[in-house]
Design a protein around this ligand. Structure first.
Ligand code: HEC
Length: 114
C-alpha cells in the first residue's frame, strides 16, 4: 500500500491546519467565555464604559505597567472602587485565582479603543 501519495499528504496537511486553527481560536476565545460566564459583561463593555470601564479603556490606562496584570487579577476577586469613579465593583469571589489572572491578562491585551 502506498501511504505517501500526494492525496493522502494533502489530506493530512488539511487536517493538521484545521486542528491548529481549532486550537488557536479555542484558546483565543476562552477568556471571552470566562467573562461571559462570570457576568463581567453585564457591567463592562469590551470597548466602552457601561457600569464599569470598558476593557479597552482599562488596557489603555495600564499600558506599560508591568505589574498591572497581577494587581488587576487581585482586584477582580476583591472588588474595586474609587479608581474609575464612585461606582463599586463587587468582589467576584466565584472567579478562581487562575481565571482572574487569565481575565486580567486578556483585558490588558485589548486593542486601543478608536
Ligand atoms: C456589578 C458590576 C460589575 C461586575 C459584575 C464586574 N465589574 Fe469590573 N468594574 C466595575 C466597576 C464599577 C469598576 C470601577 C471600579 C473603580 O472605580 O475602582 C470595575 C473595574 C474593573 C477593573 C479595573 C480595576 C482597576 O483598578 O482599574 C477590572 C480589571 C475589572 N473591573 C474586571 C472585571 C471582571 C474580569 C469581571 C468579571 C469577573 C468584572 N469586572 C465584573 C463593575 C463591575
Amino acid at each position: 500500500m502506498k501511504i505517501h501519495d500526494p492525496a493522502t499528504r494533502l489530506c493530512q496537511l488539511l487536517v493538521g491546519c484545521a486542528l491548529a486553527a481549532h486550537f488557536f481560536f479555542a484558546s483565543a476565545q476562552a477568556p471571552l467565555e470566562l467573562a461571559r460566564k462570570n457576568a463581567c459583561l453585564a457591567c463592562h463593555g469590551l470597548v466602552h464604559k457601561q457600569v464599569g470601564p470598558g476593557f479597552a479603556q482599562i488596557a489603555e490606562r495600564y499600558r506599560g505597567d508591568a505589574e498591572a496584570a497581577e494587581r488587576l487579577a487581585g482586584k477582580i476577586r476583591n472588588g474595586s472602587v474609587g479608581t474609575w469613579g464612585r461606582v463599586i465593583m463587587p468582589r467576584q469571589t466565584q472567579v478562581s485565582e487562575a481565571d482572574a489572572r487569565a481575565l486580567s491578562q486578556w483585558i490588558l491585551s485589548q486593542p486601543a479603543a478608536r
